[in-house]
Design a protein around this ligand. Sequence first.
Ligand SMILES: *[C@@H]1O[C@H](CO)[C@@H](O)[C@H](O)[C@H]1NC(C)=O
Length: 383
Amino acid sequence: MRGVLSSVLVTLSVLLAVNANPIVVEKRAQCANTLNIAKSVATRLQNHYFNTGNGQYTGGSLWTDANTLEDLHNLMLATGTDEFGAVADQSYIGRMAQDSGTAHWQGVLGGSNDDAGWIVMALWKIADYKSSRGLNAAPYLNSALTIYNIIAGQWDGVCGGGVWWSTAHTYKNAITNELFLLTSATGAINFPNQAPYLANAQKTWTWLKNSGMRNSNGLWNDGLTQDGSCRNNGQTTWTYNQGVIASGLSALYAVTRDASLLTEAEITLDATIRLMSTNNILRESCDNASGPGSCNQDQQIFKGIWTKSVQFYLDRANDASRNAKYSSYLGSQSSGVFHFGTNADNDVGSVWYAPNAGGSVFTPKTSASGLEAHIAAAKYGPC
Ligand SMILES: *[C@@H]1O[C@H](CO)[C@@H](O)[C@H](O)[C@H]1NC(C)=O
């Protein structure tokens, strides 16, 4: 009975949603000073780390390179200028997108469904940029569709649903499914009425909500137990998991206008601010200003992804009172990056929450992370 009722409700909401007019990304005046700081960090990031020979960041990785490309295009869409306009086609990911001759994406992805989700987001952002400049975005859109379909094929009924973290099918976790929510809902905005984006977004949120991965503090743990019991595994609440869920929920809100999705998102955003900050600045559990932190290479970019996700959350929520609610915290992140995180060369280190006393590490991931904090603050922070 309940099952029948809820499937009727889902069907109804899908029908209603098809008639809704998705919210488009809000255009706002941006803080010129913060954008200039972002540009300095981005310029240094390209000069220091980007290898035009192989199109990769030295010391980077596929998924963090994808985020960095998304960031550069997010920045150029904000500034209206084209300093990094050649990077997409030079990049390894861009070269793969332009190489339509072979069905190579499975090989590039190496079975990693979360990496795949990040690449879809990067390809769509590059396509937005190219379209905005009257350039051909088709190779990027086509590759995004190919990859999206690969991920969608990774959904099955183990643990009641969800896509697997990798094609090894050993682990169902938060980030892969948050990204599947985000890409599905973004697809529903970008390509209205094209099945199966909206239906995938709805089913993914329904599954995530009932998965147990959000704990009693409102924070998302890493994933589900792998012994068949499908319980919250209690592993680390990484900052990026607390952001991507909000970005995905507001994209779904933009299509459905179901405001309860924003309430759900803010449970987690507010818990992040309350529980994962030191000096009102994000602190990853592995960050340590004064001694060797234990963050691995992946974890070095998480905080910036949280700030980027808040930007995308506010873009889709399109609500001045919500902008005001998060403004000062976004400003604090940019300020922490600038005053505590950045060295004399404009490289940004891993530690934002306090002055570097030897524990901050400097990599292309940490510079991209800091860049994200500035871009988000330029749009929604104080100026
Ligand atoms: C941070 O590093 C310092 C210096 O090595 C060490 O004494 C301290 O225990 C570390 N703190 C944490 C939380 O790991």
